[in-house]
Design a protein. Structure first.
Length: 260
């Protein structure tokens, strides 16, 4: 899921990547909202708040919003740096970066506990909010590299847009396949839509959408039970997923060496 790239990646790899990390992003986004009063997995809202703050002369709000955009950008730069130097030195570049993201989320949970107003109130700390923005920027850039820009996991605007495009393409293909045929023959051809390349893309977009929503539902449920410690759950999930994937890659490597 994380260790395969390029020609070795399959649709299954990308689907599991989308399901796993979209659910993490959805949980981080909603837990972060309850903990710090801001959504942190995308840039659009903060960029809008920056512009709105400037227009109203509320420069403190504008500065904070711009800082959060900067944190997200810094996370993306960090991910690209992991990939660059991992490739250069032959390290486990993706796994190391995702474990770093897990540490960032765990650090957020730990630091939030030290704040006296964590429960049901926004923590007025740009640095804490920025920590989550940094983690999400890192994840988004990293997943883009892993999947070859096929999968994005921290926001849904592009996903819904792409699904709409694929839906029209599939509908058009299906209409051309079934028109003029008898009903039983039309059904037989319609079933073939599941093998169409655009159907795979549409399914991948649905996986991302559904997983993000699922994570977004679980996030508040965890938060109301655990407080900011809920962030340990997505952090732990990242750790388990990367460890499991890396162990599988090492087992495969040993098998290949023994066969050779």
């Amino acid at each position: 899921m994380f260790t395969h790239e390029g020609s070795t990646r399959t649709f299954t790899h990308n689907a599991w990547l989308a399901i796993a990390l979209s659910s993490v992003a959805g949980a981080v986004n909603t837990i972060g909202f309850f903990a710090v009063g801001s959504y942190t997995s995308h840039v659009t809202g903060n960029a809008t708040q920056f512009a709105d703050g400037l227009a109203q002369g509320r420069y403190g709000i504008a500065y904070d919003a711009l800082a959060l955009v900067g944190f997200f950008f810094a996370g993306a730069v960090t991910a690209a740096t992991f990939v660059h130097f991992g490739k250069r030195f032959g390290g486990a570049r993706f796994v190391a970066a995702l474990l770093f993201e897990a540490l960032l989320l765990a650090a957020f949970a730990f630091l939030s506990y030290s704040h006296p107003r964590w429960h049901l109130n926004a923590i007025p700390s740009v640095s804490l909010t920025g920590l989550l923005c940094f983690a999400m920027g890192l994840q988004n850039a990293l997943v883009t590299n892993i999947s070859g820009a096929v999968v994005r996991t921290t926001h849904l605007t592009g996903i819904v847009t792409d699904f709409g495009i694929e839906f029209v393409r599939l509908t058009n293909w299906l209409w051309n396949e079934v028109k003029g045929r008898k009903w039983h023959d039309a059904i037989r051809h319609a079933i073939r839509v599941r093998f169409h390349p655009n159907a795979h893309k549409a399914w991948l977009h649905l996986c991302i959408f559904g997983s993000f929503i699922t994570g977004g539902i679980l996030g508040p449920l965890l938060y109301f039970r655990l407080g900011p410690g809920a962030m340990f759950v997505p952090a732990g999930a990242l750790g388990v997923l990367t460890g499991w994937d890396l162990a599988g890659a090492l087992r495969k490597k040993r098998v290949d060496l023994s066969d050779g």
